[in-house]
Structure formats: structure tokens, C-alpha cells
Design a protein around this ligand. Sequence first.
Ligand code: ADP
Ligand code: MG
Length: 627
Amino acid sequence: MEREQKVKLIRILIAGAMLIALQFLPVTGWVRMGLYLAAYLIIGYDILLEAFEGIREGEIFDEDFLMAVASIGAIVLAVITKSGDFNEAVAVLLFFQIGELFEDYAVDKSRDNIADLMDVRPDYANLEREGRLERVDPAEVAVGTVITVQPGERIPIDGVILDGESSLNTAALTGESLPRDVSPGDEVASGCINLSGVLRVRTTKAFGESTASKILDLVENAAEKKAKPEAFITRFAKVYTPIVCFAALALAILPPLVSQLVLHTAPQWTTWIYRALTFLVISCPCALVISVPLTFFAGLGGASRAGILVKGSNYMETLSRTRTVVFDKTGTLTKGVFEVEDIHHAIRNEAELLELAALAESASAHPISLSLQRAHGKCLDRSRVTDVREDSGKGVVARVDGIEVAVGNEKLMNELGIPFQSCHSAGTIVHVAVNGVYEGHIVVTDVIKPNAAEAVSALRKLGVTKTVMLTGDNEQVAKQVSGQIGIDEVHSGLMPDEKVAQVERLLERRTNGSLVFVGDGVNDAPVLSRADLGVAMGALGSDAAIEAADVVLMDDDPMKLRKAIRIARKCLRIVHQNIWFAIGVKLVCLVLGALGIANMWLAVFADVGVMVLAVLNAIRALRVKNL
Ligand code: ADP
Ligand code: MG
């Protein structure tokens, strides 16, 4: 508990004790009134100050104002009627403060909770100097520095393993509990914990650009983007509070005037003023104002714990209404790990052709490029490659040892005006041309992710009415993949801008719900931002995808999308429960208060009760394990 909260707790205890003692103390008159006033100020001085500040700054109608007016009103009534009953004024503030303390504590707790879960920020990096390890601030480590990560330590900066073998716990990033084995040459992301061996890692990014820092920024910013219900609450409170204030005023003045002037009966001013004050207390919108943002906050936290980064509460809402899912093929439904199947029509020796292709591709991050480099197997001398131009959806043209090499699909060959041999093998065809002369093609094939089909049918069960696959790959491969997975609609041979056009067409035609695009972040940033919601998959390390997407799945399991939707639905369900519960109880109390059935005690009690329940309900959004 923080200091401020402790102070508040002590004030609550003192004022509570005084209130109880005053029921038994035989003091009367001014002494009694003085003691009540002391208890009142002890428990309420900050509320009075805040209310006063609010009035001075022109933001009159807030809950402090409501409480101040209600409690001062109760004191004034007690004096006028000479009842000497100041219990109510003190009790109103006492309960209000108990509620505030509880809320404060709950918010802190869930914040801590999320911060712990997202504890990916590394504190130091080890540099080896003269055989000894030295701890330095990771922010000061230059790109390309070799750092040492010992077993049990968190990897501070993204990099490539130079030597050492180990397994990594990636749970903080991906929510995945199985350790991942790594060996020299593998890329490692900051935030993972090194479990077994000592690793020497050459950093490939600055600390601020590394995965861990990126994720933390993202999570910290997420809470600021407001979802519709949240924005609704803010607007609601702005309109609502003045309305209830005037309604209370009307309740205090109109009935007595009517009875006096129209009905010619006793006006009963004190009764009606008391009812108006009760009405004010009841109408305090705290439960709503607090619980809705807290629910989103908890939902975002729960999602990140599962390796699903949702960039704002507004996306939670879009996600929960998913009806159409559009998938990219490569890297999303397939593993994006191509194997070289065959090399056809090669003019020169096949190994040479592969080397030329791998060299030309050496700067590309496309899965095909990575696969060619892997198939080539040997270390590539990148200084031999110049003038690299990558054409999204087509391929790469580059100079290798000064000779122009073109590597890509039929579109690329057509664009360059190079006649090529078509191929009927099942697979993605990578044509190679050197100095404008066709040199043959490499057939590469990808593997469908093992649970892609399961993921698609799980989405259907969640109410997704249409699944679409878009790909830049050829029709044959597209048909084969979509057939095996059970996708409703397929479009192949698409350039990145044609993918956008397809998504726009689907957006126009959809009848309800939101359209979600899922991609791996390679060549699909424009589509990611055009869809209602862009989901980047397997984004550990891919900056472009983390930037362009609204939701980032930290690993590349397509089932995660189902989980993301279920988390979002649970979160929204709780938000709606809280809204209706709070408004419902308020309405009932307001009516009872206006009729004189509910007194101020009941009002405060109901208010604090609703808030406690709403906050407890909100915290449920953090629990996402079994979704
Ligand atoms: P997908 O829609 O399946 O994710 P892309 O839009 O990334 O595919 O690419 C579409 C097609 O363009 C690929 O199937 C490939 O034929 C070709 N292509 C794109 N980039 C490259 C590259 N770097 N090397 C070779 N071919 C490429
Ligand atoms: Mg792609």
C-alpha cells in the first residue's frame, strides 16, 4: 500500500471510531457538534478542497462536488431542524472514502500485476572486457557490440548468436511456456530469458529499437486509446452530472412550492431537501467511471500475458465483433519456410545458379529469400552485391559482381521483358535471369501450418461467417493450400496494392461485424492498415509489422487469433455487464430516493457496493488462461 493510501486508511479508522464513540458518549450541545465537525473534516477535508478547486476551475459537476453538497446539506439540515443528527454527513463521506480507497488499491494492484507480467525490461547488459564481465546500461550498447548472456539472465538487446547453445524461455513475450532451443546463427529477441548455456550475442539493434522496449512502449500506450464504451462514459459523466444536480434542485424546490401554492398544504421543506440530497448521493457515477477503463486495462493486460498485444482498447471492441477474416498465405497459413524442391532448365551448374540467386536475395527479408539463402548453405559475401531493388510481390533485381541478376516470379520476368519457361510443378516458381538472359527456375515449396485448418474451423465456431485467403503466389499453390485448410474464398497472383483492393471490395460487401486481416507483416503493411483491424503474426523482431498492425501476435500460431477474439469478447462482456449493473442499481435507487424510501445511508451503501462489485468484475478480464 502506498503512503497516501495508508493515510486515507488511518483517516477512515479515526473518523469511523469517532462516529461510533459519539453514539455512546454522553456529551451534548456545542461539544457534541464540535466533535462531529472534527470527524467530518478528518474524513472529508480533501473532498471539500477538491470540490472547491473544481468550482474555481469551472469544472463544477464532478463526484467530489456531489459529495460535498450532499454532506454539507445534511449538516445544514441537522442544524435547522435542531435534530443534532450529524451521523449522516460523516457517514456519507466515510463510505465514499472507503470506496475510493478500495478503487485506488484495486487499480494499483492490477497495474502492478500487469507490470509484473510484462516484466520484460532488461536492466543491464554484460560486456566482456579482459576476461571479465562488466555490467553496463543496455541503452549505451552500440549496434554490433558482442554481449554475453549468462544462464538465468534476460537477453537485453536483439541480436544474433555468435556462439553458445541454450534454450530460451520466451513466455514473457509469447505466452508460450515451452522453451525454445537456440544455437549459433539464430536471432534472439530481447526480453527472453536464457535458461541453460552461456550465449555470446552480436547485437543487431539499439536497445530502444529492440523487441522488449518496443513491446513496453506499445503496452504503455495501449491504455490511452479509448474504446467506444470508454469515450461513452466520459461523455456520459459530462452530461449526466449536471442533469442530476438540476434534478436534485428541482426535487428540493418544486414539490414544496407546489404543495404550498397549489395544494395549500404544509410545504415540508426539510423532507424534500433531504430527499434531494439523497438523490445527489445516489446519482454519483463513480462505479461506471472507474470500472470501464479498469476492465479494458485488465483485458489488455490479460491479452499481453498470452502473447497478444492489442494496441488500444478501441481494438478490443473491433476484435470482439470479428465476422470476416482475411488471411495472407505465406507465413500466416503456411510456415513461410520454403524448401528448394528442384531446379529446372538451368543453363549453368545448379549450385552456381542457387548461389547467384541467394546473393541477389541477400538483403531481402522475404521468406523465399531466406529459404534460398538457407538452401545455398554457405556464408554469403554481401560485398559482392550492389544496386539491390526489391519489388514487393514480384522479386528482386540486383548486381552480383557487377552482373545484373533478376530473381522472382512471372510478373518480374514480364516486366523485364525476359522470355521464360513456365513450369507445371506444384510449388512456387522462382525464375532467375542473368544480364537479361533466362537462366532457369527454382521450384520451392512451403508447408501448411499444422493447425491452420483447425484454426479456421475454430473461427467459424466463433461466428466468423467468411474466410478469405489472399496471396501473391500462383493459382495452383493458392488452390492447393486453401483447399486443404477449408478457406471460403481465394484470390491469387496479387500485388500488394491488389490485396488492398480486394480488402476494400470485401469491406464494401460485408453486411455486419468487422473485417480482420491477418498477415505476417512481409509486404502487407498497406493491407494491415486498410482492414478494420490488422493482425500481424509471428512478429517477434519484425518492426514493420509491429508498427502497421493493430494487434500483434507474438508467435505464429494461427489458433492465437481465436484466443484474441475470445479475450476481446470476454472483456467487452464484462464492460457491458458493469455498465448495465451500475446504471440499473442507480435507477432503482434514484426512484426509491425520490419517493423517500431510500435514505442517504442506503444510497451511499448502494454506491460503494456497486463500485466494489464492478471493480471485482472488471478484474476478471485479466484472467484469460482457459479462453
Ligand atoms: P504472399 O501473398 O504469399 O505473402 P508476397 O506478396 O510476399 O506473397 O509475394 C508474392 C510472390 O512474389 C511470391 O510468391 C513470389 O513469387 C514473389 N516474390 C516476392 N518477393 C520475392 C523475393 N524476394 N524473391 C523471389 N520472389 C519473390
Ligand atoms: Mg506475405
